[in-house]
Design a binder for this molecule. Structure first.
Ligand code: GH3
Ligand code: MG
Ligand code: MG
Ligand code: MG
Length: 312
């Protein structure tokens, strides 16, 4: 789980920060009518492994934004047909780009005019000329933060797990992969036992705490290549690549026992909760939907056989 703002990273030296860039290259759009300047900035950022697109004709703004999908826009204030402010406002009219940081790059030094520009649209102001390192740092920190933020927003807010649609997509993806690799992949459907009673007796906040604890436990016990999602309120789905149903049962029986041993507190009272789970394995032909259904059948059997158990 990525925290929304990774402050320690931002506090690292520029070099350390750049070394951390192991993921997809950052996509930066530079809009400037001065081609030489745009090329120079572009070179600087490319040297830091970023992907850069330059644009000198603002009439193509939307086309380029759509095709390139930038994570940051560097915008010249003064251009022949449009001002930077106008372009920033046009970008901000589109919901899909609301989170893209826009920074003005300009020789404008009047602080009042800089502030007026930022109040209309755009997030910050960089005064030309700017050193290579300062430009790289300014772009890097903002794109990194924007990425962390959108990753955090994409997650279930209570648990940090994938949301319903995303775990479903992940199951589909892993089922595809298993088909190609020929290795078994397991799908797990898990549900807390008598959770309505937990809420009724100990309160919703205590219930939330139970859900969070289970999520943490699963994160600890599963591998990095496994995916876990909050499928419903107190229902979870996990997909374990390269893992047979037998192996997955072993892992989830361990999770089940550890979870049942946890002691929760509600005021002066303590309580514990159990879970049930159903597991199925890829068979080289069933769809993700069919596998989820089959795991759900296992869960149904587990519930009807007394709960606190994992069924294949
Ligand atoms: P079973 O063992 O058959 O699963 O019984 P159950 O009571 O757990 O099943 P049921 O699906 O009927 O109830 C689930 C309850 O989970 C209902 C709802 O109050 C509670 N719940 C769902 N989402 C949340 C949540 O985000 N927080 C809390 N505290 N409770 C939740
Ligand atoms: Mg200009
Ligand atoms: Mg339940
Ligand atoms: Mg349920």
């Amino acid at each position: 789980f990525t925290r929304p703002l990774d402050i320690t990273r931002l506090e690292n030296s520029l070099e350390n920060i750049l070394n951390l860039q192991s993921s997809e290259p950052y996509r930066v759009l530079i809009i400037d009518d001065d081609d030489d300047l745009a090329a120079r900035y572009s070179l600087v950022l490319r040297n830091s492994q970023m992907q850069v697109q330059t644009l000198n004709d603002p009439s193509q703004l939307f086309e380029v934004m759509r095709a390139f999908d930038p994570e940051m826009v560097l915008l010249d204030m003064n251009m022949p047909d449009f001002t930077g402010i106008e372009l920033a406002q046009m970008i901000r009219l589109n919901d899909e780009w609301l989170r893209v940081p826009i920074i003005y790059l300009s020789a404008e030094t009047d602080i009042n005019r800089q502030m007026a520009a930022m109040l209309k649209a755009g997030d910050d102001f960089i005064t030309k000329p700017i050193s290579d390192n300062a430009l790289t740092a300014a772009v890097f920190s903002r794109v990194q933060r924007a990425r962390s933020l959108s990753m955090a927003l994409a997650r279930d807010s209570l648990t940090g797990l994938l949301k319903h649609a995303d775990i479903k997509e992940q199951v589909a993806l892993e089922v595809e992969r298993a088909l190609r690799s020929g290795k078994p992949t397991s799908v797990v459907m898990l549900d807390l036992d008598h959770f309505k009673q937990v809420n009724d007796q100990y309160g919703h906040a205590a219930g939330d705490n139970v859900i969070r604890s289970l999520a943490n436990l699963m994160r600890q016990r599963l591998r990095r290549i496994d995916s876990i999602g909050r499928y419903g309120g107190e229902e979870f789905v996990a997909v374990l690549p390269d893992c047979s149903a037998e192996q997955a049962k072993h892992i989830f029986d361990e999770i089940r026992t550890r979870f049942a041993a946890l002691i929760f507190h509600a005021g002066a009272r303590t309580f514990s909760v159990t879970l049930s789970a159903g597991i199925c394995e890829t068979d080289g032909q069933s769809s993700a939907g069919a596998l989820l259904e089959s795991a759900d059948q296992g869960l149904y059997v587990a519930k009807h056989n007394g709960r606190d158990q994992v069924r294949i």
